[in-house]
Design a protein around this ligand. Structure first.
Ligand code: PLP
Length: 364
């Protein structure tokens, strides 16, 4: 038995029980682990579906160029699909994306255009504006526009939703999912609510994003916007793909707690998960008081921790951000070179002090 090509391995990702991380929880908590996709993220699903729908609608022809504004994961999926199907792929990427992500995209043959992360969407330098501009300039090109392309959420309606429903045997009570373009939460939630309208859909948002406030008030408040670290989570625009009516609650999480939770996950469950997956864990902790014994919570882990080795899983980066306050407070300081150096220094000082006291007591 073999797969015709790598695209045939997209989807049907496992649902894994998080028994150690949530041992003291009344409810059962599971993760839909999307890093089992070949491109190690949920975005493989939408990349394949959006491209095949564009082909079906006659928007893509042999030799076409696929263009997208992406923080990385969708780009990886698109580059992978382009490689198999023979399209050129140009990606505009925010400078916030990790170096590892940019290298991955280039490895698959994509052309990467890095744009300043602090440029507002309407700014011609922003990664959205650059993608639009390139789509106008490059003949025979197709601008995917994942924020506004409804095939994004449709991909999750057709695959992620049914998979979670079957894997929980219809017992799911809460679905916790990060919101960026909104494709993952909206498509999955639409399917799950059709099956059981009582399932609670919890959107995870970042401080610095406009989404929660818009859901609460209908107001797009620019004052909500400031720079934050978690990639893929939250937005500074309102994407068409966020179906706000399907979301029962929005919970905001911090950069620090998201990172600490992702690290805790590796030690407790042996799984290296992405930064935004840490955000879903923090969100579930905030939900604890609302959960009951028979509840079945499913968190969607969007991508893999290997994309964040230079950030969340790098002690020095964590300290630079102030996320590990001191060596004594660091939750896993034993492996870092800097931490070892610090420990030896502390031992040396203690030893010197002990020596001094001994010498004094012997009246040398
Ligand atoms: C790592 C990561 N987490 C979460 C999301 C949010 O998913 P969606 O865009 O489907 O809302 C993204 C989207 O880019 C992502 O890359």
């Amino acid at each position: 038995m073999y797969c015709e090509n790598v695209l045939k391995t997209i989807g049907n990702t496992p649902l894994i029980k998080l028994g150690r991380m949530f041992a003291d929880f009344p409810a059962q908590v599971f993760a839909k682990v999307e890093s089992f996709n070949p491109g190690q993220s949920a975005k493989d699903r939408i990349a394949l579906f959006m491209i095949e729908e564009a082909e079906r609608k006659g928007l893509l022809k042999p030799g076409s160029t696929i263009i997208e504004a992406t923080s990385g994961n969708t780009g990886f999926g698109l580059a992978m699909v382009s490689a198999i199907k023979g399209y050129k792929c140009v990606l505009t990427v925010s400078s916030k994306a990790s170096k590892e992500k940019l290298s991955l995209l280039r490895s698959l043959g994509a052309q990467v255009v890095v744009c300043p992360s602090d440029a507002a969407p309407e700014d011609p330098r922003s990664y959205y504006s650059r993608a639009e501009q390139l789509a106008k300039e490059i003949p025979n090109s197709f601008y995917v526009a994942q924020n506004f392309n409804f095939d994004n959420s449709e991909a999750h309606y057709r695959t992620t939703g049914p998979e979670i429903w079957e894997q929980t045997q219809g017992k799911i009570t809460h679905y916790v999912c990060c919101v960026g373009t909104g494709g993952t939460i909206s498509g999955t939630a639409r399917y799950l609510k059709e099956k059981n309208p009582n399932i609670k859909i919890i959107g995870v948002d970042a401080y610095g994003s406009v989404l929660k406030k818009y859901w609460q008030t209908g107001i797009f408040d620019k004052n909500e916007i400031f720079s934050y670290k978690v990639e893929g989570l939250g937005k500074t625009i309102i994407p068409d793909n966020v179906d706000f009516d399907l979301i029962d609650d929005f919970i905001k999480v911090t950069d620090k707690n998201s990172a600490l939770k992702a690290r805790e996950m590796a030690r407790k469950e042996g799984m290296l998960i992405g930064y935004s997956s840490g955000s879903t864990l923090e969100c579930i902790h905030k939900l604890k008081s609302q959960l009951k014994k028979d509840d079945v919570v499913v968190a969607l882990f969007s991508d893999h921790g290997s994309r964040y080795l230079g950030k969340v899983f790098n002690d020095d980066w964590m300290r630079q951000q102030g996320f590990l306050q001191s060596y004594d407070q660091s939750e896993d300081d034993s492996s870092s070179y800097e931490a070892m150096k610090h420990k030896f220094r502390a031992y040396r000082l203690k030893y010197k002090k002990y020596l001094r006291q001994t010498m004094q007591s012997l009246k040398f």
